[in-house]
Every structure is written in structure tokens, then in C-alpha cells.
Design a protein around this ligand. Structure first.
Ligand code: DLL
Length: 448
């Protein structure tokens, strides 16, 4: 790929940073994207029968793509397409050229599976090395992996990307928090890779064992895999004495590495636009939305060889801006994913996203960072119960004191959600801990 080299700001130092790509002019980025889009559309039309049929239904041909806006004439791809063609129906290379599979469990039925060619893995690692560099990670860092190494893309994806950057990796994997703490102490690791909920759990276990986070070698957290609200991020940074960045991705589109947060734009993440073409659409009408409006993120993989998704419906709600970033990078930035179109809860007619509950709870003195939302309609009406867990120092035998505390939480939630939930205070340790993505909602409502 050829980009015009433009002047590099000294804020962009790092050993996996390519100014020719990451600070290219918007015009140059569009030129490269269009060239790749046309090539990708032609490839999938030729090699993937499922796409050829969809092109036929829409009466579109690859050569109809003349501008980037023409992407909207191409068919969408969604999870159902992957299920319908399971396991290898969307593969665009010979299976002998697929060198790795990853999958995502989903909530029902078969998992979806994604294959990678060797070149796909190289591009993926590069995206990861780039996002680690954005967070200030260099080859001198020692990276401790707390994501699992199985079919989940988080473990191996970030592992190889950090290795590409030249870091020392400690592939500890998920779980066994005490062993993680010991490794930080013994190997003087400096970067933690985890889901934010597991990082919070590590804070808590460390504190209960007298682990001195302020004096530890840990300095950066590379988080992702689940939403990390600003409150949660502040809380982890304060308690672990580190800087953490939020990184987004999904299995269908490689995994982590779609976008990463730089240290100058703390609530947005740069999308690797040389590899991913983004659109933001209205999830109901499917129409494109103007820049800056919140909608569903749709991604087209411009370089993927094995499973080249066109217009993948992520179901994630975000906004994208192309405004210049203080770091000097020119790639568009997406706001933190606020929610998914499919995890919105409708409780007595009010739309509620689980993140809103989290945002209201984070920072309440005396609460542990663990909660569950349970919905039922046993009495005929929707009822939302938020179970929160007390920290040991907040637990009291005084009925009155606990009553006031509970009321304070109800008030905070009512303000945030506009409905009044039932709040249950649980004793320390009562809510089950997860080592990967947290599971917050249990919907027991009978659907009539
Ligand atoms: O979670 C990929 C990943 C792993 C990204 C590690 C970053 C770090 P899936 O298991 O397929 O893949 O889940 C993808 O998780 O559609 C979002 O809804 C959510 N998600 C992932 N990262 C973030 C994030 C990986 N940083 C689904 N913020 C996505 C909010 C996220 N949601």
C-alpha cells in the first residue's frame, strides 16, 4: 500500500507506529479503502456462492462499486449468515490455506466459526501491535495475559500482536488470581491484558491479600472484550495505579484489533481504517446515519482472505468521528461501545441498557464492583431486581444503617433509569466471579 508520507509529530513515538498509514490524509485513506473494497467485492463474488446469490438478489455487481458510498449497495452479513453456512460456507480460500480457527459461543445453538489464512494472522497481529503501541506499550514491556487461550480470539490474538511488538509475554491465561498476583511480583510484568471486570476482581483480591498496587511494576492495562464504562475505567486506574485503554473487536471481524484507544483521546478508539471500512446505520431502517450520530456499527473487512465479511452487522451501538485527534493519528475514532442493539432491556416500556446500571453503581462507596440484574414478571408486571454486593467494611448489623444505604442506591438507580428497581444488598463474596466476560443479566420473564 502506498500512502504519501506526511510529517510525524513527536507525540507519536512508539516502535509499532507507521506514520505513512496512521497519519495519512483522509483523501489518501479513502483512496486506499476504495481500491481494497473493489478488490474484496470482486473476490467474494467470484469465490463465495452465498455472496454471489445475495449480489444477485440485490441486482448488484462488483463493478458497480465506483465510490466508497457505493458500499451501501452491497449485501449485509450477519450472525445468521454465519450460522446458515456453518462451518465453512463463507470461506473464500481453499481450506488447506486456513491455518487457524476461532469461534464465538453466542447464546443459542451452534457457535459461529471464523478461519484465518497466514496473511490474515499477520495483518491481525499488526493491528494488535498498533493498538498496544497506541497505549504506550513498547518492546521493553512485559505483558501478562489474563484472557483465556481457547477458541476465544482475545488470548491468541493479543498474544501474537504483543509478540510482534517484541514484548516479553507471560501467557498465564484466565483465572487463578493469586497466581497472577505472584507473577506480577516475581516477573515484574508491566502490562495486564484482561476484561475490565476481571481486572476489577484482581484489584479486589490483591487488596484483600495486602498486594501493594501502587508499588507494583504494573503500569498499563489493555482491556476489551466487554463494555468498560468511564466510571469502571477510572476505578481500575485509581486502584491499580495504571493507565488502561479500551480496545474493541469481535470474532467475526478477526477479534480484538478493530479499534484501540490512544492516550490522547481517552473515550474514543482509532479504527484501523486501512483494514476495516466502517459505516454507522440506523439499526431499524438500515439507512446510513450522518457522521457523529449514534447507530449500529457495520464493518467491511478490506484485507481478510479466508472469511471476508462484507458489511458485517456488529449490533454494537456507537458514534464515529473523523475530527483530528490530538495524538496526530488521522484514522477515524469510534466512541466507546455504549450497548448492543440486542441487549437492550425493555422494562415496563422503558428502554434500559445494562451499562446504565453499572454507571450508576460504580463509585458508590461501600459497594463491591459486582452486581446482577434479574428480571421477572411473577406478579404480572415486569420487575427489575438489582443485586449488589457490599464490601466487607460496609457490611453492618444495623438494620437502619443498611436501610439507608439501600435507599441511597435505589435513588441513584431511579435517577439513571427512570424506573424504580428493587435493590438487594448481598454480603461480600455472594456474587459469582467470572474470569472472562461478565454475565450481568438474568431475564426470567415469561414471554406471553
Ligand atoms: O470480545 C473480541 C475481543 C477480545 C475484543 C478481547 C477486545 C479484546 P467476541 O467474543 O466475538 O469478541 O465478542 C464481541 O463483545 O460485538 C461487543 O459487543 C463486545 N465488545 C468487545 N470489545 C468491547 C469493548 C471479542 N471494548 C462483542 N467495548 C462485541 C464494548 C466490546 N464492547
Amino acid at each position: 500500500m502506498e500512502f504519501d508520507r506526511i510529517e510525524v509529530s513527536d507525540r507519536l513515538q512508539g516502535n509499532y507506529f507507521d506514520p505513512g498509514i496512521e497519519t495519512a490524509s483522509r483523501g489518501e485513506i479513502h483512496r486506499v479503502q476504495l481500491e481494497k473494497l473493489r478488490r474484496q467485492a470482486a473476490r467474494v463474488f467470484e469465490r463465495v456462492p452465498w455472496y454471489r446469490e445475495r449480489f444477485g438478489e440485490l441486482g448488484v455487481r462488483p463493478e458497480d462499486i465506483r465510490t466508497l458510498e457505493d458500499v451501501r449497495h452491497l449485501p449485509f452479513t450477519d450472525k445468521q449468515a454465519l450460522r446458515d453456512t456453518y462451518p465453512f460456507g463463507l470461506c473464500a480460500v481453499a481450506l488447506d490455506d486456513v491455518v487457524r480457527l476461532h469461534s464465538s459461543s453466542g447464546t443459542t445453538g451452534k457457535p459461529i466459526v471464523i478461519g484465518y489464512s497466514q496473511r490474515d494472522l499477520d495483518v491481525w497481529s499488526e493491528c494488535i501491535a498498533r493498538l498496544a503501541t497506541m497505549a504506550g506499550v513498547t518492546r521493553a514491556d512485559r505483558v501478562q495475559m489474563a484472557f483465556g487461550y481457547g477458541m476465544f480470539t482475545g488470548g491468541l490474538g493479543l498474544h501474537y500482536g504483543c509478540e510482534k511488538l517484541g514484548c516479553m509475554i507471560v501467557p498465564a491465561g484466565s483465572g487463578n488470581t493469586e497466581r497472577h498476583l505472584m507473577m506480577i511480583e516475581d516477573y515484574k510484568t508491566t502490562v495486564l491484558i484482561a476484561t475490565p471486570s476481571y481486572a476489577l476482581h484482581m484489584c479486589e483480591v490483591g487488596e484483600s491479600l495486602g498486594f501493594d498496587w501502587a508499588a507494583s511494576s504494573m503500569r498499563v492495562g489493555l482491556f476489551g472484550g466487554e463494555p468498560c464504562t468511564p466510571g469502571m475505567k477510572r476505578e481500575i486506574e485509581r486502584r491499580m495505579h495504571i493507565v488502561c485503554t479500551d480496545n474493541y473487536g469481535l470474532t467475526e471481524v478477526n477479534g480484538p484489533g478493530v479499534s484501540g484507544e490512544c492516550l490522547y483521546s481517552r473515550d474514543h478508539q482509532h479504527i484501523a481504517e486501512d483494514h476495516f471500512l466502517w459505516e454507522v446505520i440506523d439499526p431499524v431502517t438500515n439507512e446510513p446515519l450522518p457522521e457523529g450520530h449514534e447507530g449500529e456499527l457495520v464493518l467491511t473487512l478490506l484485507d481478510k482472505e479466508a472469511f471476508p465479511m462484507l458489511r458485517y452487522r456488529t449490533r454494537d451501538l456507537t458514534r464515529v468521528t473523523t475530527e483530528p485527534c490530538a495524538c496526530g493519528r488521522t484514522h477515524a475514532r469510534m466512541a466507546k461501545v455504549r450497548a448492543r442493539t440486542d441487549d437492550m432491556l425493555i422494562v415496563r416500556g422503558t428502554n434500559i441498557f445494562p451499562n446504565q446500571v453499572e454507571d450508576a453503581l460504580v463509585g458508590i462507596q461501600g459497594l463491591a464492583p459486582h452486581y446482577r440484574i434479574v428480571l421477572d414478571n411473577e406478579t404480572g408486571l415486569d420487575r427489575m431486581t438489582v443485586m449488589v454486593e457490599l464490601r466487607p467494611d460496609a457490611f453492618s448489623d444495623s438494620f437502619e444503617q443498611m436501610g439507608h444505604f439501600r435507599q441511597h442506591i435505589v435513588d441513584r438507580l431511579r435517577q439513571a433509569l427512570l424506573i424504580t428497581p428493587v435493590v438487594k444488598l448481598l454480603e461480600p463474596g455472594a456474587i459469582e466471579r467470572t474470569v472472562g466476560k461478565s454475565k450481568r443479566v438474568e431475564d426470567k420473564r415469561e414471554k406471553s
